[in-house]
Design a protein around this ligand. Structure first.
Ligand code: BDR
Ligand code: CA
Length: 308
């Protein structure tokens, strides 16, 4: 059983990533969900995480709010992609239970300290919480079993031609995280843009009862703005990596984050030519897309059966 802590900004694809975790509890022990301001403001990402905890039957998994804004930059949001609520046209029942007391940064540090070598961090929003956690307790770099992020790319951006949203939203935080001394597994746009909810995938989601209200409605409202054969569920790829890394090809690289560029702020500069340097990242370069969907839909089917 792999212990996983998910730092997120739900976010439609964040919600679908949490659903993947919820449907994989035979393989994955979700030790906590922390939230960050990203796609929408922190109160909304936290409210969405709380609503998802109950809707997805995640039990007592603590939901702890973290950083509202980037370390240095003015706020960048993606509500034009995820809707004003962050979940598009999806309306979940209002959560009954409250978030945990305290701050996500402390939760992350304490969780890793309590279980050194055991917890995989999965970060699918701006990296503000993780950067602050590294600054607060640099030993988390040794305590984390692994760090998997959805973010960046070596080919193109999405928020602008150079930068992927999670990197652009807090480039200094991303630079801190990539420079911290651990190996960052970077699941970037290069592969996540192949994880597209096309018509065939939608057909596999439709019979899933109550869960389909989240999956299908979410994907369809996401599709409205990323219509290249359907929306890419970026964040679910990072969770899929923790479940089955063999679905991905990953290549060692040195990754730097541009923090000064006029047109390239937030760009991940990925150098596969190590030339004797130590890599700081494993960069995903390909995804077995049919295998990905089998994994994801299988988990959704198990979850749907449980929710019935
Ligand atoms: C990333 O940006 C956000 O809008 C998504 O939730 C995902 O984490 C994709 O670039
Ligand atoms: Ca996200």
């Amino acid at each position: 059983m792999k212990k996983v802590l998910i730092d997120c900004d739900p976010g439609i694809d964040d919600a679908l990533a949490l659903a993947l975790a919820a449907g994989s509890r035979d393989a994955l022990d979700l030790v906590g969900v922390t939230t960050v301001g990203g796609n929408v403001d922190l109160p909304l990402t936290t409210a969405n995480a709380l609503a998802l905890r109950e809707f997805l039957d995640l039990g007592d998994v603590p939901v702890t709010p973290g950083s509202a804004g980037a370390l240095l930059r003015h706020t960048v949001r993606a509500d034009h992609v995820h809707g004003a609520s962050g979940l598009g046209a999806v309306v979940l029942p209002a959560p009954v239970r409250e978030p945990s007391e305290g701050h996500a940064v402390d939760f992350i540090v304490d969780a890793l300290r309590a279980a050194p070598g055991e917890i995989t961090l999965v970060a699918v929003g701006p990296l503000t919480n993780l950067a602050l956690a590294v600054r607060r307790e640099p030993r988390i770099v040794e305590w984390a079993r692994d760090l998997v992020i959805m973010g960046g790319s070596y080919t193109r951006g999405n928020h602008n031609p150079a930068a992927e949203f999670n990197m652009l939203a807090d480039p200094e935080a991303a630079a801190i995280v990539f420079g911290a001394g651990w190996t960052v597994t970077m699941i970037g746009l290069d592969v996540t843009l192949t994880a597209v909810v096309n018509a065939a995938v939608l057909d596999r989601m439709r019979p899933l009862g109550r869960l389909a209200e989240l999956l299908v409605t979410g994907a369809q409202s996401y599709m409205a703005v990323t219509a290249e054969g359907g929306p890419a569920i970026h964040d679910a790829c990072a969770v899929a990596y923790t479940l089955d890394p063999s679905l991905f090809t990953c290549v060692p690289a040195v990754v730097d984050v541009e923090t000064a560029g006029l047109y390239t702020r937030g760009m991940t500069v990925v150098d596969f030519d190590l030339a004797g340097r130590e890599p700081n990242a494993l960069v995903a370069t390909s995804l077995d897309v049919p295998g990905f969907w089998d994994l994801v839909i299988g988990a959704y089917e198990r979850l749907a059966a449980r929710l019935r």
